[in-house]
Design a protein around this ligand. Structure first.
Ligand SMILES: [Zn+2]
Length: 494
């Protein structure tokens, strides 16, 4: 009987935790008073390039970390060291993985998943994983940006093929300045295996208000019960930013942690703790649309999460004060978008279809041109500013239309874009203001600009259909003609 139970435990342990599990199964040989095993995972969010140095520190002590990165925010090349911290390059991420570190997913653009709908969340989570895997990175575990998790999101993350997802703030955190939720009554460590792998419990992210002693206390606290402690770092640098830990403090902590091995405390990556198979990736491309490609083009539906129309956002740059409101002074329907720009020195502001992965922003095909339209009234000149999204989910300014004159009454501004370049799959556009004043817009449109060949093909097809209808028409008429003829036949041999 005891042997059977032991076997079941071993089998369960093996299947749930996988071959790389980091904690020991209690066997008949283990003394009952063994100290509980504690596993620490050192996780790093957002792919900040200062984390590359932290990885080297870990390696000096034989440790490996887990780096949760956003596929749309991988740097093209190393950034300037004296500038604000930038992101790691693909070469650096591949190097980390080759050296035994883990690369996990963190959404395409570091999206706040609580703010977007399920379809967009699927794109953010699944397409990120697909991209990372295509780039040769493992991406078997995920971390929620801002720790924003929900039951619906857990199912989405699972559906994307991840084996786990890390939350934040469900494990007791040190009482440090600026942090209000320390989760005082929470456990000091996550269980191994976690009861809910798609929302694994972790303390708050490490802030610069945590001291070396507080990092150590988190570990010694976890050691009192045993289990899994995931620490979340953002920056290991001397910038003093709110999420920075100085390299000297980090190294002192890692050196101290290495000495805890004698007490049974070990450091493992998330993948080593969670285990599980490598599951297939799932892709969610933007859905095809036809006709007017703009969502909520009349601005009639209000957003649940902002005071703006659903699927629209206010965007601007430079020195000025923009204010976006919805007004009932509409061209059609009951809503129009109003932009008031004050204190103008430079830059612009405009209302745009939300710069997302495809739920709001219109899809486009490379090689096609698009007819853009919007109705406006304005105290100043206005022009279309056009943005495009690349395959990484990144948005950049692409083109501007010529300016349109100020107008007291509604004017229809129209512009045909250049052909969409290769590698672009989304577009967003809006009318802007580049001076202090007021601009009211309504009834936006974006339709594919058909080519001459398509025009000819469609015209021929339409004409041919008309011919066929005409040819088919006598068939119907024949019935009546036949009747008529039959009647006539009474009087004539025809
Ligand atoms: Zn993050």
């Amino acid at each position: 009987m005891a042997v059977t139970v032991l076997l079941v435990v071993l089998l369960l342990g093996a299947s749930v935790v996988g071959p790389a599990r980091a904690f020991s199964v209690v066997t008949a040989e283990s003394p009952a008073d063994d100290p509980p095993a504690t596993v620490v995972s050192l996780t790093f969010d957002d792919g900040n390039d200062d984390q590359f140095g932290a990885a080297r520190t870990l390696e000096r002590y034989g440790f490996r970390g887990t780096f949760f990165v956003s596929s749309g925010l991988i740097a093209e090349e190393p950034g300037p060291r004296d500038a604000a911290p930038t992101k790691m390059t693909l070469a650096q991420l591949r190097g980390l993985q080759a050296d035994g570190h883990e690369i996990g997913g963190h959404t395409v653009t570091h999206a706040d998943l609580a703010e977007i709908d399920a379809e967009e969340a699927q794109r953010q989570v699944c397409n990120d994983r697909t991209k990372l895997v295509d780039l040769g990175l493992d991406a078997s575990n995920f971390a929620y940006p801002y720790g924003e998790a929900s039951l619906d999101l857990e199912r989405i993350v699972e559906g994307c093929g991840y084996n786990s997802a890390r939350g934040l703030g469900d494990i007791r955190s040190p009482n440090v300045p600026r942090v209000t939720n320390t989760c005082e009554k929470c456990p000091v460590a996550e269980t191994t295996p976690p009861t809910d792998p798609y929302r694994t419990k972790a303390p708050n992210q490490v802030e610069n208000t945590w001291t070396l002693a507080e990092l150590q206390n988190a570990v010694t606290g976890a050691e009192t019960t045993g289990g899994w402690l995931q620490l979340t770092f953002h920056h290991i640098d001397d910038s003093g930013s709110s999420l920075s830990v100085p390299p000297s403090v980090f190294e002192a902590f890692v050196a101290w942690l290495a000495e805890r091995a004698t007490l049974g405390t070990v450091v493992r990556t998330v993948a080593q703790v969670i285990g599980g198979p490598e599951r297939p990736t799932v892709d969610y491309p933007p859905k095809p649309r036809s006709g007017n490609l703009v969502r909520n083009p009349g601005l009639e539906t209000l957003s649940h999460t902002s005071s703006l129309p659903a699927c629209w956002q206010g965007v601007g740059w430079g020195e000025n004060q923009p204010s976006f409101t919805v007004v009932d002074d509409a061209r059609t329907g009951e809503a129009a978008g109003r932009l008031d720009l004050t204190d103008y020195t430079e830059g612009d502001a405009k209302l745009l279809p939300t710069l997302d992965l495809g739920t709001c922003s219109p899809p486009v095909e490379p090689g096609r041109a698009y007819d853009l339209g919007a109705w406006y009234r304005s105290t100043g000149k206005t022009q279309f500013e056009i943005y495009t999204r690349d395959a990484d989910g990144a948005w950049t300014h692409w083109a501007s239309s010529p300016p349109y004159l100020p107008a007291d009454d509604w004017v229809h501004a129209t512009f045909t874009t250049p052909r969409i370049p290769e590698g672009v799959d989304g577009l967003s556009f809006g009318l802007n203001l580049q001076e202090s004043g007021t601009l009211i817009t309504d009834d936006y449109s974006q339709e594919v600009d058909i080519t001459w060949d398509e025009f000819v093909t469609r015209t021929v097809a339409a004409t041919w259909a008309q011919v066929r209808r005409t040819l088919a028409a006598p068939a119907d008429n024949l019935v009546s003609l036949h009747h008529f003829g039959t009647l006539q036949n009474l009087a004539s041999p025809w």
